[in-house]
Design a protein. Structure first.
Length: 186
């Protein structure tokens, strides 16, 4: 049995799988296409799996791909702990500019479904973390953009960490949230 938990942004969901654990370890079904589509009442076809490993304090994001190559993502942590963020960048959406954040870890096995039309980012809260995520659109580097993680118009409540966030060059020069409206980037 899979549990689906709603968030304050209706289309973003927390998925909690049923975990079978005993003194030998645990087992759970991390993904089942039919069950996923049935429980979310969607017709999603994932085309790519990504796996990243990052050290404590690494902050990746806020990433998105422009139309027509937007990506839906199903995110889970296979080792460590992160705080995962989704920002609604759908200009016509009633929750445009709103964000949700969720702790994900290898201990809780929760997954976050982030549909198309959202920017995505996370910060690593453990010594390191390995993140796996499925996408429903192929990676297109020419269509990828980054919004500044600390954009004051978004006012994301990132958890406090013991160091300054470690950013890639791309993320350190991310664009402002307001620029999405000004140049129709999404």
């Amino acid at each position: 049995m899979i549990d689906v938990i709603s968030t304050k942004i209706e289309d973003v969901k927390i998925i909690v799988p049923q975990v079978f654990a005993d003194d030998r370890g645990f087992f759970f079904e991390s993904f089942n296409q039919k069950n996923f589509n049935d429980i979310l009442d969607v017709d999603i076809n994932f085309v790519q799996d990504n796996h990243s490993k990052s050290s404590y304090g690494v902050l990746r994001g806020l990433h998105y791909q422009k139309n027509p190559f937007e990506q839906g993502k199903l995110v889970r942590v296979v080792s460590g702990k992160i705080w995962d963020v989704a920002v609604d960048i759908r200009i016509e959406s009633p929750t445009y500019g709103q964000w949700i954040g969720e702790f994900l870890s290898s201990e809780d096995h929760k997954q976050l479904w982030i549909p198309r039309g959202f920017a995505h980012g996370f910060v690593v809260l453990s010594e390191y973390a390995e993140i796996c995520y499925k996408t429903d659109q192929f990676y297109k580097p020419d269509y990828e953009l980054s919004i500044k993680y600390d954009d004051p118009d978004l006012n994301i409540g990132w958890p406090k960490i013991k160091t300054k966030p470690i950013l890639s060059k791309k993320d350190s020069i991310g664009r402002s949230f307001k620029s999405l409206i000004n140049d129709n980037s999404y």
